[in-house]
Ligand binder design. Structure first.
Ligand SMILES: CC(C)(COP(=O)(O)OP(=O)(O)OC[C@H]1O[C@@H](n2cnc3c(N)ncnc32)[C@H](O)[C@@H]1OP(=O)(O)O)[C@@H](O)C(=O)NCCC(=O)NCCS
Length: 180
């Protein structure tokens, strides 16, 4: 195992800054042309930092967050919101891998660790997420994991400029994601 191989662990309050930095970096790399340049080149970090500080400081039990941490910092994170929707159950709210490290299996590993915990606390709930229609790479990732594209819905942008089409992917029985 390389000394840079990350360990996957539950997020702590002290991770808020590093998660927000990675979140902003990932959005700058993957959402250019979807979110406004003004936002991506401006307040994206501050806005994400406020979200993560709040989420982790309160230890809000609705959210389950895991990070992939290596000696050189965070390589990725995943966050689920329990009971987010009366029909579609648990929501995968965020999954991000450092843009320099995509395509090496870390997204898949974060998904497995997160799903194992989700199945412990909400075994009978469906799983869903929204991904921008234009995010072809992420959509391929979720389709490879068996996600079913259920509908196309407007997704509000965090920069306040309106909404863009997003695909809702669903797993009616997320136990199917817990393959060995
Ligand atoms: C989507 C994401 C989490 C996947 O994590 P990952 O570690 O790159 O994924 P894995 O290595 O486990 O799996 C690779 C698969 O992911 C997909 N993929 C998505 N973006 C990719 C990228 N930039 N590079 C390589 N593969 C990517 C492909 O389907 C690839 O499979 P393929 O090579 O057979 O086509 C990651 O690419 C990412 O953080 N993207 C930007 C943020 C994002 O879009 N998040 C989802 C928001 S809902």
């Amino acid at each position: 195992m390389s000394h840079l191989e990350p360990i996957l662990r539950p997020a702590r309050e002290s991770d808020a800054d590093a998660i927000a930095q990675l979140h902003a970096r990932s959005w700058r790399a993957s959402n250019r042309g979807i979110m406004s340049d003004t936002y991506l080149d401006g307040p994206v970090f501050e806005e994400r930092h406020a979200v993560w500080r709040h989420r982790l400081a309160d230890g809000d039990p609705r959210f389950l967050t895991f990070v992939a941490e290596a000696r050189d910092g965070l390589h990725g994170f995943i966050c689920f919101e329990l009971d987010a929707d009366p029909v579609w159950g648990t929501r995968l709210d965020n999954l991000h891998v450092d843009p320099r490290l995509c395509g090496r299996g870390l997204g898949d590993a974060l998904m497995r660790v997160g799903i194992a915990r989700v199945l412990e606390v909400a075994p009978d709930k469906a799983l869903h997420l929204l991904v921008f229609e234009a995010s072809a790479g992420a959509r391929r990732f979720y389709e490879r994991l068996g996600g079913h594209a259920e509908s196309c819905v407007p997704e509000s942008l965090p920069d306040g400029t309106g909404s863009v089409p997003a695909i809702r992917y669903v797993w009616p029985a997320p136990v199917t994601l817990a393959k060995p």
